[in-house]
Write a protein that binds this ligand. Structure first.
Ligand SMILES: [Zn+2]
Length: 153
């Protein structure tokens, strides 16, 4: 079985990501001091949990107890699991945003211990990018809609 870690260390500066807001929250229109905002929110920049999110997506339909214990065994901490997975459908997010422009399906566990996608109707073709300078992805797939500046309020 593949026991590689479900996260990786990244040098975010060298990769040039987080240039707007640096956090796990939406683009801020006032980005005068994006680093300070990111720090204040306790955003952890050194680790990338993309492998975890892809792992969880690949386990949709599987028994959560097994998925959960394998995920924990391959993580440094448990919290990132719950960025994506909720205890039930009611509390699940339709989608989550990680970093600045990577979106993933929200997941939840049903009463039969099965992992599900909360909003299967949402995909890379339904969301709109919130800026034109970044490549926005959903579950690793680039958005098909283009940035529309007229839609910003
Ligand atoms: Zn951007």
């Amino acid at each position: 079985m593949d026991k590689k870690p479900l996260y990786r260390k990244v040098n975010t500066r060298a990769r040039g990501v987080f240039h707007h807001s640096g956090g796990d929250y939406r683009h801020q229109r006032n980005t005068k001091n994006p680093d300070a905002i990111g720090m204040k929110r306790g955003v952890e920049r050194g680790l990338d949990y993309t492998p975890l999110f892809k792992f969880l997506l690949s386990k949709v339909g599987k028994p959560w107890s097994e998925v959960h214990s394998e995920a924990i065994s391959r993580l440094d901490k448990e919290a990132p699991i719950y960025w994506m997975v909720s205890e039930n459908n009611e509390s699940a997010d339709d989608y989550i945003r990680v970093g600045e422009n990577s979106y993933y399906s929200g997941l939840y566990v049903d009463s039969n211990d099965t992992l599900h996608i909360a909003a299967p109707e949402i995909g890379p073709e339904t969301l709109e990018p919130c800026c034109k300078c970044c490549t926005h992805t959903f579950n690793g797939v680039i958005f098909t809609k283009k940035f529309n500046p007229g839609k910003l309020s």
